[in-house]
Design a protein around this ligand. Structure first.
Ligand code: BTN
Length: 283
């Protein structure tokens, strides 16, 4: 298929970073930006080739990966498939929570390009008005010191792609009311936020991010249900704690769960949504 959008260009992005940066990243940024037309997965490429601070982008992915071993269908339709490689050694005890901070970075980047009405569904889905706009996948290597943050963001979803997605999905074009979206602007904002947030992440305890998380959290105060140890549990979300666990108010009191333990759904949504989610390849 011939792309109808301009391909992302590494040199242009590199040159432009300082124009969009609030923190003069052009002088601080020393990594590489690798742009591909097609690749198996931008995450896999960085896991194999990435150095600290490197980015990888592709117009399309042939083996895009989603969370929970799902495939991330990645058409060449002008979406963003971006990965960032960073290292955190054992002096950063909260590094398993990088995905939450990557979510905050993404939400802030989208705010900076003028989007409103978006938020984060714990642990790291990006939503706009109850529809999934994007997702984040964290992968690790090198003795749990090398981290790759992968962000998939729907910018333009043609009908044939939408037809493949059984969960409610949306795109930046829909969310921004068909304004033309300059992908490079979005990519540069994302990079800027990922660079600054990962730097802060290395220096600060996770607690420093909980307030920002709460600002974007779309589940806070909502009734949710989930499976835990073969039991269906229902409760009300009461934010996250300093360990990044979600707090759920149950009849028996507050309990805390990690992202590996549970997969949440809103209680008032049809259960069909979840069964679709678990069978679909994407979103
Ligand atoms: C999710 O399941 O919600 C997370 C999806 C993450 C997809 C992105 S696209 C860029 C990067 N490369 C991949 O193979 N996956 C991530």
């Amino acid at each position: 298929m011939t792309a109808k959008h301009n391909a992302l260009n590494a040199e242009r992005i590199h040159e432009s970073i300082h124009i969009f940066s609030e923190e003069n990243l052009s002088t601080r940024y020393s990594g590489n930006i690798n742009c591909f037309d097609t690749i198996d997965s931008t995450n896999t490429w960085l896991l194999e080739n990435g150095k600290n601070g490197d980015f990888c982008l592709s117009e399309t992915q042939t083996a895009g990966r989603g969370r929970r071993d799902n495939r991330w269908v990645s058409p060449d339709s002008g979406n963003i498939y971006l990965s960032y490689c960073c290292y955190f050694d054992h002096s950063v005890p909260h590094r398993s929570l990088l995905g939450l901070v990557a979510g905050i970075a993404t939400a802030e980047a989208l705010e900076d390009i003028g989007l409103t009405g978006h938020g984060l569904k714990w642990p790291n889905d990006i939503f706009w008005k109850s529809k999934k706009l994007g997702g984040i996948l964290i992968q690790t290597a090198d003795n749990y010191e090398k981290f790759v943050i992968g962000i998939g963001l729907n910018v333009s979803l043609p009908q044939d792609s939408l037809n493949q997605i059984t969960q409610a999905a949306t795109s930046l074009e829909e969310a921004l009311k068909n304004q033309t979206v300059n992908r490079e602007t979005v990519v540069i904002k994302l990079m800027e936020k990922l660079l600054s947030h990962s730097e802060m992440f290395a220096q600060l305890p996770f607690q420093a991010f909980t307030q920002s998380w709460n600002r974007w959290d779309i589940l806070n105060g909502q009734r949710v249900s989930f499976q835990h140890q073969n039991q269906k549990i229902e409760g009300k979300v009461d934010g996250i704690d300093k360990h990044g666990r979600i707090a759920i108010l149950l009849e028996s009191g507050i309990e805390y769960f990690t992202a590996a333990d549970i997969k949440l759904k809103k209680s008032n949504q049809a259960s069909q949504t979840i069964s679709k989610q678990s069978t679909t390849n994407r979103l």
